[in-house]
Design a protein around this ligand. Sequence first.
Ligand SMILES: [Zn+2]
Ligand SMILES: [Zn+2]
Length: 218
Amino acid sequence: MALRRPPGSQGRTQVVPGRHFDDGRHLASYADRIAVRCHRCGKEGWVLAQWQPYHWTARFRCTGCSLSLDSAEGTWVGQVRYSGRRPCGYCGYQWVSVCEQRASAAHDALNSLPGTCRQCGRQCDVAVGMSRVRDGSPADPHFGLPLHLVESTRAGVVWAYNAAHVQALQVFAVSKLRERGGVHNASMISRLPTWMKLARHRALLERALERLLQRLPE
Ligand SMILES: [Zn+2]
Ligand SMILES: [Zn+2]
């Protein structure tokens, strides 16, 4: 999933008690300030980002190990996916495909991976291309740093970028009636995992969000 521009909040803003109205805000509209942990030393900190038409400019300065990341340098420290395909070198069967996810591209950039032909069972090297994984483990979309605001529950994992994001999830969690306006299929709320939308998980979700708020870094 590509990181998109953040559309402004839209639609109805009126608050009806007990009722949740999905205002259509995208996840990316919370992506200007993201609580993360440094991937090198583990210290918590903030990725600060700005949407300047038509791209994001983001930076991270670690106060623990003085690591410095800038989006202009194209740095990505998160998960990557290597994939590629080619005809088998032995039987000519199309296609021998490979796809593998790795923790980071920083240290072990790969050019090829061994693939096994489904037809003849022999192995050959397949040239691979790399893409950033943004929908894997909870990570910031600018650099792939692990998120700081992550809570595990027995039903699933809850994560958020910042306080405003947690609060939007809280408003959703406490509401008994949930409605969606118009076409908001890409909104942050509409893309929440199913377990979060189940009424029986409401209390569980509320407690997890409360714990997230208490963990907000300075
Ligand atoms: Zn650090
Ligand atoms: Zn083959």
